[in-house]
Design a protein around this ligand. Structure first.
Ligand SMILES: Nc1nc2c(ncn2[C@@H]2O[C@H](COP(=O)(O)OP(=O)(O)OP(=O)(O)O)[C@@H](O)[C@H]2O)c(=O)[nH]1
Ligand SMILES: [Mg+2]
Length: 378
């Protein structure tokens, strides 16, 4: 976040590049890239679009489009080209040579936002590990460019392609160090969680697509004042608060990092310890932006990531948020056994927050019944 504000007059100029391979969600993914760019602090000056059946081996977009891009970069005085795709190291290198500018792919951009947002010690270590893991599969530049120096999107300082072999060795050493440090922190988290379990406190995690309104819900329920903003990945570090709910007692509520389509694998792996909060929760509140045109796909994406991290089995309530934007009333739906399956709320206006509390209280009662039944069998 610090970097975001350090950049002069709001950020660097950039051109977006997107190729339509005939996917059904092409337009939404380009909108998302725009949001990612502005969340990273870039000023988007233009977009180069093309249609292809497969990527061009040399420039990804083909040489004609690459020339068009070079032109647009020059006239708009942009120094960054952001691709809505993952590039091979050689495509990136060829483009950088041609454009004489920095080229960032979708994963690089997401990693950059994460590195700007990381605030806690653990968050910073996790981002660094993700960046190094990503880099180790491609290693176009030296790893030293990931040192937290001042610099632009996708670079953060750095000397370029020098000393590649030495870099590889240093990279391996650093990855090992980071893994060890993170493992220690994971143990600490585990100890805290076990203490909570012993004290019979229910744990609830807010999960969902980025920008759905998780932090706004969190603030409503806890009366905390954590950062919520119309930005992708406004939240990076897990925040946990204890709240008191009638018929339920204390509940430990966590706000977590948002998910996105094609969440870089290196990030999912590096954020294992943080995401573990969701895996170990008694209940997931899956926050959805009801007003998004891509709502159903976002729900599917979130469930995919939950599956990947091993949280698919945790009971989940779908919370359709932002109903004020589509003119719906707060409501609650139940399955055939009477269990709450989904809610419609507006965190911004506070509509339906009582329903959220009721849902947590009912889940608590359910857990209590289950544990009594279990102990009856023993
Ligand atoms: N109109 C409306 N806006 C909302 C509502 N809930 C959240 N927002 C807005 O949506 C934007 C994103 O909200 P956040 O709470 O930061 O979303 P998040 O899910 O925590 O996002 P990340 O941390 O970036 O993944 C902010 O501008 C909020 O003010 C709602 O119920 N109605
Ligand atoms: Mg948030």
């Amino acid at each position: 976040m610090k970097d975001l504000f350090e950049r002069p007059s709001g950020g660097e100029s950039a051109i977006l590049v997107s190729v339509d391979f005939g996917e059904s969600d092409y337009k939404e993914s380009l909108d998302e890239l725009y949001q990612l760019g502005s969340s990273a602090g870039l000023i988007v000056r233009g977009t180069v679009e093309g249609k292809r059946s497969s990527p061009d081996a040399k420039f990804f977009i083909g040489s004609g489009k690459a020339d068009e891009l070079a032109q647009m970069m020059q006239t708009s005085e942009s120094h960054v080209a952001v691709f809505n795709h993952d590039l091979t190291p050689s495509q990136q290198r060829n483009l950088e040579r041609l454009l004489q500018a920095r080229v960032v792919d979708r994963t690089g951009l997401i990693l950059d936002i994460f590195s700007q947002r990381a605030q806690t010690h653990e968050g910073k270590l996790q981002v660094e590990l993700a960046q190094l893991e990503h880099l180790s599969t491609r290693l176009v530049r030296g790893w030293t460019h990931l040192e937290r120096q001042k610099g632009g999107i996708g670079v953060r300082g750095g000397p370029g392609e020098t000393q590649l072999e030495l870099d590889r060795r240093m990279l391996r050493v650093r990855v090992k160090q980071l893994r060890e440090k993170l493992l220690k922190l994971k143990d600490q988290r585990g100890m805290q969680r076990r203490a909570r379990k012993r004290s019979n406190v229910m744990t609830v995690s807010l999960v969902g697509y980025t920008n759905a309104g998780k932090s706004t819900v969190f603030n409503r329920l806890t009366k905390a004042n954590i950062y919520a903003a119309d930005q992708l990945f406004a939240t990076l570090d897990t925040t946990t608060h204890k709240i008191f709910i009638p018929d339920c007692g204390s509940v430990v509520l966590s706000d977590t990092v948002g998910f996105i389509k094609h969440l870089p694998h290196a990030l999912v792996e590096a954020f294992g310890a943080t995401l573990e909060e969701a895996v170990q929760a008694d209940l997931l509140l899956h926050i959805v932006d009801t007003a998004s045109t891509n709502r159903d796909e976002q729900i599917t994406e979130v469930n995919k990531v939950l599956m990947e991290i091993g949280a698919a089995g945790v009971p989940q309530i779908l919370v359709h948020n932002q109903i004020d934007r589509v003119g719906l009333e707060p409501s609650m739906a139940r399955d055939e056994y009477g269990r709450i399956t989904s809610l419609h709320v507006s965190a911004k206006n506070g509509y339906g927050m009582d329903l959220l509390r009721q849902a947590m209280a009912e889940h608590y009662q359910l857990l209590k019944r289950q544990s009594t039944e279990e102990s009856a069998y023993l």
